[in-house]
Design a protein around this ligand. Structure first.
Ligand code: ADP
Length: 397
């Protein structure tokens, strides 16, 4: 039986993929990864091997209007040519929203797809793209099993006090609550922490997923008890282009005083704010760290301030703090950002070891630090592949 799993993470401008060989029980080897990028402008498909060497590429003409079926055809054809006709065991999808109902990965059937489509208003910028990829694979390979893995699932069991919004109850009845996102990343980090430092993993830990999207998750014994993203992935930390936590009165001001309509406000909050909006230069942390423009510094300073402030809030949710984990593009690679966050948290008992931090070591706190600080590279695709394999092929105990 084939044990090759394809993972898909379909967004508005790109479809990221990874291909895993899950041949032996519990093992996972990445065969290839890549993406279809430039969707809507200059679509381009590229597949690389695990070491990053290009395996195949496909270019479409600039401006080509392509649906997901067309965009995924070269990928599936390449997999068939590369691995053989019956090569693929299943496809695992990252699906941003599982709503109240889906608290774990699920096999995608027409009924499940219909249910997930109903959740589109809760994640209008992500859910339709995720599901379009599901539908496209269903048409291209109707017999191929497909599994949805949700970004919300890890936070599903947060206490009612944590997930409730202080709005009239009738809105809660239609699903308005704090859901939390980046759950696949946090689940992976929790698993890695359990392997690397089991005693710490059993305690009170805050994980910081700092990429283009950014959030924090407060975990107790590996379970999410609070997180900074809420009803949507706009809440919480300042991000590459998203504002994060914002006085709702500011939204009313944009609507009423600037005469913006709802989709214009949406564009400001999701695409023009955050590091990009404050710096006026870029959403990319590397670019800002290399800039001498004072606005770049102000954007970085605000980014760090907001992380430290939210860590304080989540430490309260946990009733104290034993560990802090940095992850994702900025968290894994940027020693200056980690150092600046830690410097604001000395009061919490955090002592950063400058040398270890500069080396991107696994543990970057001093031996005497009351809170252990670690760096753990995240891997959402690996989590999806594992869930997909387990759901479809594990024999129940
Ligand atoms: P995404 O959310 O798109 O998956 P990533 O996790 O790849 O994002 O993170 C992208 C961010 O990580 C960008 O802001 C990028 O500048 C930043 N980044 C990557 N490498 C470094 C580095 N060495 N130093 C600082 N920032 C980095």
């Amino acid at each position: 039986m084939s044990r090759t799993i394809l993972t898909l993470n379909a967004g508005s401008s790109s479809i990221k993929f990874a291909l895993y060989d899950m041949a032996t029980e519990g093992s996972r080897r990445q065969l290839s990864h890549g993406e279809v990028e430039g969707i809507g402008s200059e679509p381009h498909f590229i597949a690389k091997d695990a070491a990053g060497a290009t395996l195949t590429e496909h270019h479409w003409p600039a401006g080509a209007k392509l649906d997901h079926e067309a965009l995924l055809t070269p990928l599936l054809a390449w997999i068939t040519a590369h691995l053989g006709e019956e090569s693929l065991a299943a496809v695992g999808h990252r699906v941003v929203h599982g709503g109240e109902r889906w608290d774990r990965p699920v096999r995608l059937t027409p009924a499940v797809i219909a249910d997930l489509t109903r959740l589109t208003p809760l994640a209008p910028l992500h859910q339709p793209h995720n599901l379009a990829a599901v539908q496209a694979v269903a048409r291209l390979r109707p017999r191929l099993p497909q599994v949805a893995c949700f970004d919300t699932a890890f936070h599903h069991d947060m206490a009612p006090t944590v997930s409730r919004l202080a709005l009239p109850r009738k809105f809660a009845d239609e699903g308005m609550r704090r859901y939390g996102f980046h759950g696949l990343s946090y689940e992976y980090i929790a698993g890695q922490l359990r392997e690397q430092a089991p005693a710490l993993a059993a305690g009170r830990v805050i994980a910081a997923h700092l990429g283009n999207g950014a959030s924090l998750c407060a975990m107790h014994d590996g379970c999410s008890v609070d997180t900074t993203m809420g009803f949507t992935a706009l809440d919480g930390l300042m991000m590459g282009t998203r504002c994060g936590n914002l006085d709702p009165g500011a939204v009313l001001y944009l609507l009423q005083q600037h005469g913006l309509n709802a989709s214009e406000v949406e564009h400001v909050l999701y695409n023009e704010s955050g590091l990009l909006g404050v710096s006026g230069i870029s959403n990319d942390m590397r670019t800002l760290l290399n800039s001498s423009d004072p606005h770049a510094y102000e954007a970085i300073d605000l980014f760090v301030f907001r992380i430290a402030r939210e860590i304080g809030a989540l430490a309260s949710s946990l009733g104290g703090l034993d560990g802090l984990v940095f992850s994702a593009g900025i968290g894994e690679h940027s020693a200056p950002i980690r150092a600046a966050v830690c410097a604001r948290l000395i009061w919490l008992g955090i002592e950063c070891d400058g040398d270890a931090n500069a080396r991107n070591a696994a543990v970057i706190s001093t031996p005497s630090s009351r809170v252990q600080v670690r760096v753990i590279p995240t891997d959402e695709e690996a989590m999806i592949a594992t869930h997909t394999m387990n759901l479809l092929y594990s024999v129940p105990a």
